[in-house]
Design a protein around this ligand. Structure first.
Ligand SMILES: *Cc1c(COP(=O)(O)O)cnc(C)c1O
Length: 392
């Protein structure tokens, strides 16, 4: 008999009752050090004081009103994002998937408004993850996501990751947009090189193609800059944001230049919940905290500390681990043992990690993880690796 909860997840037999900082307490009382952060969502840890304060204050005042009215909390968050990024304008969503949908619509509408309605082809990349809507799975093209769900939204093709020749060959004056994660998350913590992103920007400019960055996972301070693309100096025309921006409250956004957004006129798009006062009040606090240069410098310092320990961990367990990957606190351990075995052994050692493609285990701690928790994480990861060694 089918479970009351649709069985689309292979769930671990772990349920949690409370969370504080980087720690979760299970219903049976066991404590776990959380290096998954709800997949890069709890950017400031569990129940951070500043966010609880903003959330409860806003909740006691006003949760939801329709977007047919002016929403000051939304205007404030949009102004903050415009001030801190390449963007001139922002639309708020409840998730990364919805941000992908709008990014696709906005790009196609742009060329339609420019008198090129047939310019609909969008290039994406192998290993990409942009969400689970029919549009987002078409962009990814991965067999396990698209199987049996066709006909898919047409117009998408996938290029090999990091392949400059394939990119040069594929992008033409007929291309609508290129959609890319500056660091692939689900795909196995695979950063695009600065050179690749620069070439991409150059080819988009030469052909009039729009550049869409998906920073749903790699953005919001995770790499030590507010957005990962800042490291390369390359700005997109459209950017998808979600996960960390709500600190745990479901919130996403599409950031765009005025030029890219020019087709999105009154009535062309909408959302019932997107940009509600509760989500935007929390989001504004997250952006305020994370965009502070002193906070971002701390992310980089903690990341260097963690990475140094991880390199030593890999060196100490060569039969289990192969290499450390990633940028900032968006880290991956490429495994020699099965990544799912590593995650499961971690449960035994009281540490939560998340599997990704390419046999990688993701480490995505809260951006404000205390140094002593980094030390404790390294000790628990060491115990996890030892367990797998003994089983070999
Ligand atoms: C998680 C993710 C999405 C989808 O976000 P949801 O909030 O799950 O819809 C899109 N792109 C990337 C890069 C992601 O990591």
């Amino acid at each position: 008999m089918i479970a009351p909860v649709l069985p689309t997840y292979n769930r671990a037999p772990l349920a949690f009752q409370t969370g504080q900082g980087c720690w979760l307490t299970a219903t049976d009382g066991r404590r776990f050090l959380d290096l998954g952060s709800g997949i890069a969502v709890n950017a400031l840890g569990h129940a951070p004081r500043e966010l609880v304060q903003v959330l409860t204050e806003q909740a006691s005042r006003l949760w939801h009103v329709s977007n047919v009215y002016t929403i000051p909390e939304q205007e404030r968050l949009a102004a903050l994002l415009v001030e801190k990024t390449f963007a001139d304008t922002v639309f708020f969503t409840n998730s990364g998937t919805e941000a992908a949908e709008l990014a696709i619509k906005m790009a196609r509408r742009f060329h339609y408004e420019n008198g090129q309605p047939g310019r609909t082809a969008i290039l994406a990349f192998e290993g990409a993850f942009h969400g689970r809507s029919t549009g987002a799975i078409a962009a990814s093209g991965a067999e396990k996501m698209v199987k049996g769900f066709g006909p898919l939204m047409p117009g998408f093709s996938q290029l090999p990751w990091g392949d400059e020749a394939a990119l040069r060959a594929a992008i033409t004056a007929e291309t609508c947009a290129v959609m890319i994660e500056p660091v692939q998350g689900e795909g196995g913590i695979r950063p695009a090189s600065d050179a690749f992103l620069k070439l991409l920007r150059q080819l988009c400019d030469e052909t009039g193609t729009l550049l869409i960055f998906d920073e749903v996972q790699c953005g919001m301070g995770r790499t030590g800059r507010l957005f990962a693309c800042e490291w390369s100096g390359v700005s997109p025309d459209i950017m998808m944001v979600a996960k960390g921006i709500g600190g745990g409250f479901p919130l996403g956004a599409v950031l765009a230049t005025e030029r890219a957004a020019k087709g999105m006129t009154v009535g062309s798009h909408g959302s019932t919940y997107g940009g509600n006062p509760l989500g935007c009040a929390v989001g504004a606090k997250v952006v305020e905290i994370v965009s502070d240069p002193a906070f971002l410098a701390e992310v980089s310092r903690k990341a260097a500390l963690f990475r140094q320990g991880l390199e030593a961990l890999v060196a100490a367990h060569p039969s289990v681990l192969e290499e450390v990957r990633g940028e900032g606190l968006l880290l991956g351990l490429k495994c020699r043992a099965a990544n799912t075995d590593f995650v499961a052994a971690g449960y035994g050692a009281g540490i939560l990690t998340v599997a990704a493609a390419d046999n990688v285990v993701r480490l995505l701690p809260a951006l404000n993880i205390p140094d002593e928790d980094i030390a404790e994480a390294l000790a628990r990861l060491d115990r996890t690796a030892k367990t797998l060694e003994q089983a070999q």
